[in-house]
Design a protein around this ligand. Structure first.
Ligand code: ADP
Ligand code: MG
Length: 711
């Protein structure tokens, strides 16, 4: 066998074949997810110590950061009076000695043994006449030479140190030298994007000569990760386009024109642009698969209604599917309002027009009413159907479903959406528009929703009063919140108080919401009319409460996150979110979108308990205070959550991004997507690229692929 070594070859060799990996080390490696040689060589360094910048202790300048290589001489641990631990370590090199001090890191005593070689990075200061570094970055480098020393991720439970890891990886790469490592990416692509070869990249990431080489290596390996993801997505996108016959809708008829004329406001530029993109899709014979992304309040409904009317205008039906009944009902109400008085040009009708028939279908619509709607869907007399999953039950038949809009605040399952598409008559696939209010940076969208085209509403309709967001940290500031709510109610406005999810338990959540309501009624907000809304209430009970809030009979609505989506009460101008630090950025942003919907200035208060450890930082809350731009927040979110995680956490595996970052590597994402199109468009089943096909197969389980292409 002398073919170059593929990733599959590496998977086929278990780690225990390596010298120095006996049963004990093997068990340790398994603990950190490493069983074969591919796992090993894709266990990339966490950091690289650049010894060309190394200083000696004698050269250290107080106050300046530096890297030194030293030997541990002694280690001492003690507790302070307030029960914190301090570990003192004395270290030295040929030129001198100094002290290290670690606060609250008791494990340093176990980590740092006498005689150990360590690299330190930090700022030295003079202390009692000598030099001292507090809490420096410590890397155990053993007796490793070389100018750049890779530092591998350490985990205490695995008991494998970074130089053992390095030596196994080095041995693996050395053994690959004779046959070489296969490079499945076409050389034209590598050339175009100036990528080094895969074997150079693997050597360069683990054993770089200098930092530039390491960077080139990272770039290539990250590109490969992204290319595989894009190949999965692009293959599927092209396959769908090949197999599906779509409608050619008429986009310039009277019905849509009448709709525009009936709107009380002009479309925003972003709405016009999105509608233009959607109409191109609707008019051609390929089924549309498009994502409409727009922040809360950006005006997605108008865009989706325009799309649905194109379907109706062309003699077909349209459906709008929402994730919850409450939301479906709200959509039905607002779409009906928007289409009030709009009639369908109908040559068969004596008067030239017929009314537009919009129906709501949820599980709450029963009996004769349900039967009537089902008949209307089947005989084509219902033009637009709005509902929940009830719309895709088997008993529901459409006469001719031409346009489907899926409003997913979060993500729907693939089954649901494709089931709806399967309602298509004669194998003709309806055009599908997916709406999401979860802002996703464009490059991430390109990956997460990679088999969809993307339109973005990046402009809010004019006349909105921006929401002022404030952070109430601790009880003192919290009193200001309740005072603000009382003042607003006094002025005729209304407020929301949002209680967080308590642990995983809905029961506890409801208990805490009830308790909060009682407490507020008794103390902070006594005298105001308080209402309660949570997920376990019957839907008619919920609806009744919402009606009373809308009618102004309730001043303050104490609610769980059920109000996250769809609730629209323009007179509500204050929101207070309790324990705001328990929510994610996206969720806080969604919640905040419930205020600022009318002409009055609105405030959102983020309430947190003061932390005992005195650590005042709260990056998520601070981000919310800083900006109301959902896209900017999404960027921060990606960053804080540990960038680059592509799969859900439960699904981390080979397919996950190890080096690539969706945030930092936008260029690479775009390159990978372009490269994937070039490869797939020249070779739709990858028959001429067997190595690539095999690699994608190897790296992505069916479950991964399904997850990626869920949309
Ligand atoms: P989204 O679904 O994107 O959160 P909506 O479609 O519910 O937003 O629109 C939010 C509000 O903005 C609605 O009250 C709607 O009537 C209004 N609106 C939509 N488009 C415009 C526009 N071009 N000019 C003024 N107001 C608009
Ligand atoms: Mg909406």
């Amino acid at each position: 066998m002398s073919e170059p070594i593929t990733l599959r070859d590496l998977v086929d060799i278990p780690v225990e074949r390596l010298k120095g990996v006996g049963p004990k080390k093997q068990a340790s490696l398994v603990k950190i997810g490493i069983t074969d040689l591919l796992d090993l060589v894709t266990n990339y360094p966490r950091r690289w110590v650049d010894r060309t910048n190394e200083a000696r202790i004698a050269d250290l300048v107080p106050g300046e950061e530096a890297l030194v290589l030293v030997t541990v001489r002694s280690v001492n641990k003690r507790a302070t009076r307030n029960r914190r631990t301090i570990v003192n370590v004395n270290v030295g090199d040929g030129s001198g000695r100094m002290d290290l001090v670690f606060f609250n890191q008791p494990w340093r005593e176990r980590q740092l043994k006498e005689g150990l070689q360590i690299a330190l990075f930090g700022k030295a200061d003079t202390y009692r006449g000598g030099l001292q570094m507090s809490n420096p970055i410590v890397d155990l480098i053993g007796d490793r030479t070389g100018r750049i020393v890779p530092i591998y991720p350490q985990s205490e439970k695995a008991q494998i140190n970074t130089w053992e890891m390095a030596s196994w990886i080095e041995e693996t790469l050395r053994r690959c030298e004779e046959r070489g490592i296969a490079d499945p990416v076409p050389s034209a692509v590598l050339c175009e994007y100036k990528m080094i070869s895969r074997s150079d990249a693997l050597a360069g990431i683990h054993l770089p000569e200098d930092m530039k080489q390491k960077e080139m290596a990272r770039r290539r390996l990250a590109f490969d990760e992204l290319l595989r993801v894009q190949l999965v997505l692009v293959l599927r996108k092209r396959a769908l386009e090949r197999d599906q016959r779509g409608f050619k809708h008429a986009t310039d008829g009277d019905l849509v024109r009448r709709f525009y004329d009936s709107l009380p406001y002009p479309l925003t530029g972003a709405q016009e642009r999105a509608i233009g993109e959607i109409f191109v899709d609707l008019a051609n014979g390929h089924p549309m698969h498009r994502l409409l992304q727009g922040d809360v309040g950006a005006g997605k409904t108008v865009v989706s209604v325009a799309a649905m009317l194109v379907g109706v205008q062309s003699g077909h039906q349209a459906a709008l599917m929402a994730p919850t009944e409450v939301l479906a009902e709200q959509h039905a109400a607002s779409v009906r309002l928007m289409l009030d008085g709009v009639t369908v040009p109908d040559p068969a009708n004596l008067f030239g027009d017929r009314p537009l028939r919009v129906e709501l279908l949820t599980n709450r619509v029963t009996g004769a009413a349900r039967k009537d709607i089902l008949e209307g869907l089947a005989d084509g007399s219902v033009d637009i159907a709005i509902g929940t999953h009830a719309l895709i039950q088997n008993a529901v038949d459409f006469s001719s479903l031409g346009v489907v809009v899926v409003d997913e605040q979060h993500r729907f399952g693939v089954e649901q959406r494709s089931a709806l598409r399967d309602k298509a008559a004669d194998g003709q696939m309806p055009d599908t528009l997916v709406m999401t209010a979860t802002p996703i940076p464009r490059t991430a969208a390109m990956t997460v929703y990679g088999d969809l085209d993307v339109s973005v509403l990046d402009e809010l309709p004019p006349g909105r009063t921006p929401i002022v967001t404030m952070w109430a940290n601790g009880p003192l500031m919290e009193t200001a919140v309740w005072r603000d709510i009382c003042d607003e109610v006094q002025a005729g406005r209304q407020a929301y108080v949002v209680c967080p999810l308590v642990g995983e338990s809905e029961k506890l959540e409801i208990a805490s919401a009830e308790e909060t309501r009682e407490r507020l009624a008794r103390d902070e907000l006594s005298g105001l009319r308080l209402g309660l809304l949570h997920g376990k209430m019957q839907s008619d009970e919920k609806e009744a409460t919402m009606d009373r809030f809308r009618a102004g009979e309730i001043d303050v609505l104490v609610a769980t996150t059920v109000i996250e989506v769809g609730v629209d009460v323009p007179n509500a101008t204050v929101m207070a979110i309790l324990d705001a630090d328990r929510f994610g950025i996206a969720q806080l942003h969604q919640l905040r979108g419930r205020v600022g919907r009318g002409e009055h200035a609105s405030t959102c208060w983020l309430i947190t308990q003061q932390r005992e450890d005195g650590d005042e930082g709260n990056p998520r809350v601070e981000a919310l205070v800083e900006t109301t731009d959902g896209f900017a927040l999404a960027e921060v979110d990606l960053e804080l959550r540990g960038e680059g995680t592509l799969m859900s956490t439960s699904q981390k595996g080979r397919s996950d991004l190890k080096l690539a970052s969706l945030r930092r590597d936008r260029n690479l994402v775009e390159m990978a997507r372009r490269a994937a199109f070039v490869i797939v468009d020249a070779d739709q089943d990858l028959v001429n690229h067997p190595l690539i096909a095999d690699e994608v197969d190897l790296m992505f389980s069916d479950r991964d692929e399904e997850f990626l292409t869920k949309s």
